[in-house]
Design a protein around this ligand. Structure first.
Ligand SMILES: [Fe+2]
Length: 303
């Protein structure tokens, strides 16, 4: 999920920069971070002191990465593992019906099971081997440009804490369920990984209007994307795959499922607080990548 924007431009990026050596990664310490000490009042854990303390502890683990460059594994509690098992099992039933076949295989390939919360360190190691993508822990939301720009370095910023036990089906913010069940498996697809990196390139050079367009592109693909598969429509977006409500809603008669058209997508506003009434169906991840390559090249050439 994304928040509002900051300013920045970088004219050194190119859509040919597919492979990023570790030595070229920018310093993580330069990232701007929101203060996450105070949860929003409507967060189910906002008035739970134990939950807040636990969250602060996990946030401290994430912060350590910025000093050491090493992901600290979280020792999840029995209650946290229980939330994961409950949510993962229920989501998997829906995934069997609606998730893209690539996603289903990828989840298995990464060793993400319903039994235990996967560690970012193990998933990042496997991603690195498969598509040279990697994960970096963060303790909360960062602004749109910062978040997307890290994709340019084939790096996804990922939270580690889990939602509050009182409402396992709901979270107002990204958590490890959203990241590990929603986002992370798709980065094992090289076309999707390259596509994500192109969005990152774009974010580094975009003006504010272009950044808003990129945010919409990200929203209607990485978060809420649908893909054609052998004459059917399947889900690959993290906001769909990690939410019972959104996933069922996506295939209901209440949603207009449009063929993907980049120009149309970047001009379609969305409301993150509502169930999505419009979704876009890409013909393939390869096609999504190529269309986006041309779009990012046009942004870069105008910057
Ligand atoms: Fe997300």
């Amino acid at each position: 999920m994304l928040t509002e924007t900051s300013t920045n431009t970088d004219t050194t990026v190119s859509v040919e920069n597919i492979h990023v050596p570790d030595a070229d990664l920018p310093a993580f310490t330069d990232m701007p971070f929101e203060d996450i000490e105070e949860l929003e009042l409507d967060h189910p854990g906002a008035s739970d002191e134990d939950y807040r303390a636990r969250r602060d502890h996990i946030a401290a683990c994430a912060k350590r990465f910025r000093e050491s460059g090493v992901i600290t594994d979280v020792e999840y509690t029995g209650q946290e593992q229980g939330i994961w098992r409950h949510v993962a099992q229920r989501l998997e039933e829906l995934h069997q019906k609606h998730a893209s076949p690539f996603y289903l295989q990828a989840k298995e390939r990464l060793g993400i099971s319903n039994d235990r919360i996967p560690q970012l360190s193990e998933m990042s190691r496997k991603l690195k081997e498969l598509t040279n993508f990697r994960l970096a822990p963060i303790e909360g939301l960062v602004d749109t440009r910062a978040f997307l720009s890290w994709l340019s370095w084939r790096t996804m910023l990922s939270t580690q804490y889990i939602r509050h036990h009182s409402r396992p089906e709901y979270t107002p913010e990204p958590d490890i369920v959203h990241e590990a069940i929603g986002h992370i498996p798709m980065f094992t697809n090289s076309n999707f990984a390259d596509y994500s990196q192109f969005i990152g390139h774009g974010a580094r050079v975009a003006n504010d209007k272009q950044l808003e367009e990129l945010g919409r592109l990200y929203w209607f693909t990485v978060e809420f994307g649908l893909v054609e598969h052998e004459g059917n429509v399947k889900a690959y977006g993290a906001g769909l795959l990690s939410s019972f409500g959104e996933l069922e809603h996506a295939f209901s008669d209440n949603v207009e499922r449009r063929p993907f058209d980049l120009e149309r997508v970047i001009n379609t506003p969305y409301d993150y607080s509502e169930m999505q009434p419009i979704l876009y169906v890409v013909p393939s991840y390869a096609e999504l990548k190529e269309v986006t390559r041309r779009y990012i090249e046009s942004i870069a050439s105008r910057s």
